[in-house]
Design a protein around this ligand. Structure first.
Ligand code: ATP
Ligand code: MG
Length: 364
């Protein structure tokens, strides 16, 4: 799978851009602020319907434009498709595939698959659980695009349940209605996360060895918000039932705190290296190795399951790594994969590929 061409109008710093990336490795070199990350962000947006940098759509529209347009030709599964998107500061985004409007933008998911690695992701193991929840949820969308709808549904139900709790009412009948909605969607979200962990676990050790140069027993862990470490399953119905029970058992606390204290938004995924919690026990180097290994494992898993290599986006990652780890990552880059790597300095990249100079006016 790859991006054949990309055209941006009024997207971030680009008033107009036309670009035909190489099928293989593309090295995007440019000064700070030149627009390198903006370019990756546009491609990632087509794949995930959200910003790489977790900002609202309005930030993506050029300050002097009313609308941002992303157009791109994407090859996957042996055919090329034309994707066109319009984002406005206010109002709904519009999406067309091959000149036909899609009913829901989620119908676009799966047309382009990407795995993105940003400097922040190096802290995946070290920081709080939010980054790790995002990793599982994002990977779920890449593997099974309808997961996106369950995640949106969960977020909506959570917002509404929290809004109700915030009012301070103690109406158990109303709360039970929200419990049921939240448990329905939340059970699906949790089951997908377990699905992602099941898929990644067997390949994680190999990816870790590729980066670390030595083997270690590595695995995911998952602690639910109700403190359960082992009883998670790939069955959405089962997870819905357990979450429903936990929500009901937590009514008193929720009333007191005026927010929802259990659910996948508070679960804690983690990693074990050699049997111990990597967040609290692993060295900084091991944690970074693990973070790289997880992303590579995501790429492998998505490639295997969907039958096409996702586009790999590496934003400013090499400059953050020591030379051994940078060399190991360079050697472990997946073959036959369109790869876009950004850096301020060519010499920070121990990788060969087509070199592009990025300036605020475009690419050369
Ligand atoms: N909505 C917008 N309208 C106009 N310009 C924008 C908008 N959003 C961001 N920019 C500009 O884009 C530039 C940043 O681009 P980007 O983050 O892609 O840089 P970069 O090349 O990745 O830099 P670095 O090497 O520091 O990461 C900034 O100068 C910023 O002001
Ligand atoms: Mg950048």
């Amino acid at each position: 799978m790859n991006v054949v061409w990309l055209s941006l109008t009024g997207f971030r710093s680009y008033l107009e851009l036309e670009w035909r990336p190489d099928e293989g490795v593309n090295l995007l070199i440019g000064a700070n602020g030149a627009g390198k990350t903006n370019l990756l962000e546009a491609i990632a947006y087509v794949s995930t319907l959200r910003s790489l940098r977790s900002v609202p759509d309005e930030a993506l529209v050029n300050d002097d434009s009313d609308v941002a347009v992303i157009r791109t030709g994407v090859v996957g599964g042996g055919r090329e498709r034309l994707v066109e998107m319009e984002l406005r500061r206010a109002g709904r985004r519009r999406v067309q595939i091959d000149k036909t409007a899609v009913r829901r933008s989620a119908d676009l998911l799966g047309v382009l698959r990407v795995v993105a690695f940003l400097p922040d992701n190096l802290d995946l193991v070290k920081r709080g659980p939010a980054l790790r929840r995002d990793l599982l949820d994002e990977t779920a969308v890449q593997l099974w695009p309808t997961s996106y709808l369950d995640q949106m549904e969960y977020e909506r139900a959570l917002r509404q349940r929290n809004a109700f709790l915030k009012l301070g009412g103690r109406d158990v009948v109303t709360l039970a209605v929200w419990d049921s909605k939240l448990a329905q969607a939340g059970g699906k979200v949790m089951a997908r996360r377990v699905g992602v962990m099941d898929v990644l676990d067997p390949i994680l050790a190999g990816s870790y060895r590729d980066i670390a140069g030595e083997t270690a027993a590595v695995a995911f862990t998952y602690r639910t918000s109700w403190g359960d470490r082992s009883l998670v399953s790939r069955s959405a119905a089962e997870m819905t039932q357990r979450l429903g029970e936990a929500l009901e058992a937590g009514h008193h606390l929720d009333y007191e705190r005026r927010m929802t204290m259990v659910g996948p938004h508070r679960d804690e995924p983690g990693f074990l290296i050699a049997g111990v919690d990597a967040r609290t026990h692993a060295s900084q180097g091991e944690q970074r190795t693990m973070a790289l290994a997880v992303k590579l494992a995501c790429h492998r898993a998505i490639a295997e399951i969907t039958g096409g290599n996702p586009v790999l986006l590496l934003d400013d990652v090499f400059s953050e790594l020591d030379s051994d780890r940078a060399a190991a990552l360079a050697k472990s880059l997946p073959p036959e994969t369109q790869t876009l790597i950004t850096s301020a300095h060519r010499e920070d990249l121990p990788v060969s590929g087509r070199v592009w100079g990025v300036t605020p006016d475009g690419l050369r």
